[in-house]
Structures are given as structure tokens and as C-alpha cells.
Write a protein that binds this ligand. Sequence first.
Ligand SMILES: Cc1cc2nc3c(=O)[nH]c(=O)nc-3n(C[C@H](O)[C@H](O)[C@H](O)COP(=O)(O)OP(=O)(O)OC[C@H]3O[C@@H](n4cnc5c(N)ncnc54)[C@H](O)[C@@H]3O)c2cc1C
Length: 360
Amino acid sequence: LVKLSERLIRFALKLGLPIEFLIKKTVYRQFVGGKDLKDCQPLVEDLRRYGVMAVLDYAAEGCDQEMDFDSSCDEILKSIEFPSNEEGIKFAVFKLTAMARFSLLEKIQKGFEITPSEQDEWSRVATRVERLCQMAAEREIMLMIDAEESWIQDPIDDLALKMMRRFNGNRPVVFNTLQMYRKDRLVYLKSLAQLAKGESFFLGIKFVRGAYLEKERNRALELGYDSPIHETKEHTDRDFDLALDFCLSQADRITVFAGTHNEASTVRLTELMAKYGLPVDDPRVHFSQLFGMSDHISFNLAAKGFNVTKYVPYGPVEKVMPYLFRRAEENTSIKGQMSRELSLIAKERTRRKNKGNYEV
Ligand SMILES: Cc1cc2nc3c(=O)[nH]c(=O)nc-3n(C[C@H](O)[C@H](O)[C@H](O)COP(=O)(O)OP(=O)(O)OC[C@H]3O[C@@H](n4cnc5c(N)ncnc54)[C@H](O)[C@@H]3O)c2cc1C
């Protein structure tokens, strides 16, 4: 159903059919905070009441015009400025492809020579990123750069490292994201840690498992190269947990943001904090889940005093569709996490009903 509806929705949106209201009432409401920052404000306050922070994520994807890139950059700047009067926010985030042409990143990664006009284009991308990092440093906000497809990730990593060197001298301002489903990320993490130590800057790392599993595998198969992704889920899980252990053993220099809905990894991270003698609210360890998913993890962690940040995407319907398709795919009834969440909700409803305080 998810696969079929994705195609139908894309087609209907292309034709300009009025299906926005349907999307708004279903997946959009579940996974998106609102169309703009102001729209998200009540949600941010709601989360804060339960000790959960928010990171507002302008979820526009698939832009390919300079004008779009500039307006994305302006919107992300606003999301960095917004937190200054919002106690419930310490982080901001962006995707490089909201401000850079995908095919340009691909070309740079392949090592192809870029034309003078592409060089100008690339320097405009770097300027946009610098503006964001500068603003984050001034506002004392931690700024995360999302990880994307492996065939454009090298230039993202290079830019992130450049920004960490420049802005993370006194504290972690810029965070790069490592997808632990990639076979090479543990080694990369260790090389980053060595650089950070040698050059005296702080590392900020968001850890995730990785959202492009099928796309990565299909491309590797089609083009006949070795998939950069682990062969099994167990290998991904192992590297995710090993990476966290490695970072907590060097917490003097590394701040960790664990983006996961995996209960075992979450428990493991709390155990690692105890193992390395870190208090539950240590500012160098953050847990995070996406808005609309795994509330039982977020709210229970927050109730115990851990630092929890909900990732709240926002943007107009047509711009957040790729994000929504990824969430729908992740939450299918067969392989997804939604069945776990539905069964938890059903259990809680029964508990309340039995206690006699069931509210509709
Ligand atoms: C706060 C937050 C921020 C995020 N930011 C990003 C981001 O910047 N970039 C990004 O790519 N993703 C991002 N994600 C999505 C993330 O990468 C995962 O897709 C998603 O969170 C599911 O992984 P999990 O750890 O929550 O749970 P789990 O259900 O335990 O893990 C599912 C994940 O395991 C991996 N996996 C599944 N099967 C296999 C297999 N057979 N072999 C190898 N690996 C397998 C895949 O990565 C899959 O998504 C983010 C998620 C969160 C919560």
C-alpha cells in the first residue's frame, strides 16, 4: 500500500489534484510539526512541559535552483535564530541538498573536474553553510548536518570537518552525522577523533543507522560495485553501539547525539553513561527520536532526566513529501516500528480504561 500510494501521490501532486488536505489529515499530521516555525511553537511548548526539547528541521528536499537554495538557507537561518527565545531548543539542523545541487555534489565526489561556473556554485554553497555555522556559534546553538546518500556524502563530510575545525574550538557547535549501516564509518569516526585530538577541536557527532538502505543496495547492484552498507542488520547494530562506546570513552572531546528508535541501543547508551560515570543529564550525551515516532522512548527518558530532543520537521506539504515517504516506508506494518507503537498505545488505553479514567 505504501509503495503504491507513493506513486499515486506523486502523480496526483504533479497533476495538481487537490489531495493536500488528505495528506495533511494523515501522515503530515503524524510526522510534521507544521508549515512554518510559528506553526510549530505550540508543539515545542508542549514537548518542553515534559522535559523534551525540539530541533526544528526545515524538511525541504529535492530543490535544484539557486533561488530555492537561497530561500532554504534563509529559512534555516530563521530556525537557528528562533531558538534564542525558546528555552526548549538547543539544536538546529539542515540537509546540504536543501542548499546544493545533488548532481554537483555527485560530480565533486567522483573527482571530476568542475567548470569555473560550477566552482562559483560550490563556493556559494560553502558560503551558505558558513553563514549558518556562524549564526549557530553566535546564538550558542548546536548545528547538525544530516547524512545523505553515500555517493554525495564525501563533500558533505569534508565541509562538515572544515566547519568543525573552524567553529568547534571551544565547544561543539557543528555536528556531522555518521550512518552506522555503512561499513566504513567506524574507521572514519576514529580518524575524526584523532584529528580532533591533534588539532584541539571538539567533535560533535549525530549517530544514526541510515535511512537509504534500499536505495544504496539497488544502486550498488545496478552499477556493479560493492555495497557500502553492512550485509546484515546485526552488523549495523554492532557498529552503532561500538561507536557510542568509543565516543563516551572520550567524552572530554566528543559530544554525542544518538538518533534512534531502537530500544536496545537506547538502553545500551544509558548503561554506557553509567559505565563511564556520566550523570544522566550530561550535556555531552543527547537522545533523539523523530516527531510522531517512539514517544515511549522519548518521554520515559526525559522523565528520568536524560537529555532528549525530538526531531520536528516542518515545511509546506509539497516540500516535505520525500521525508514523509521515507517515514511511511519505515513504518510499514510488515517490517516497521508502527506495530510496536500501536500495541503500546492499545495496552495503555486498556490500562486507563481498567483504571476508570479512560478519556476519548
Ligand atoms: C533523530 C533522528 C535523526 C535522523 N537523521 C538521519 C540522517 O541525518 N540521515 C539518515 O540517513 N538517517 C537519519 N535518521 C533515520 C535513521 O537513519 C534510521 O533510518 C531510522 O532511525 C531507523 O533506525 P533505528 O536506529 O531507529 O531503528 P532500527 O529499527 O533498529 O534500525 C533500522 C535501521 O537498521 C538498518 N538496517 C535494517 N536492516 C538492515 C540490514 N538487513 N542490513 C544492514 N542494515 C540494516 C537501516 O539503517 C534501518 O533504517 C534519523 C533518525 C532519527 C531518529
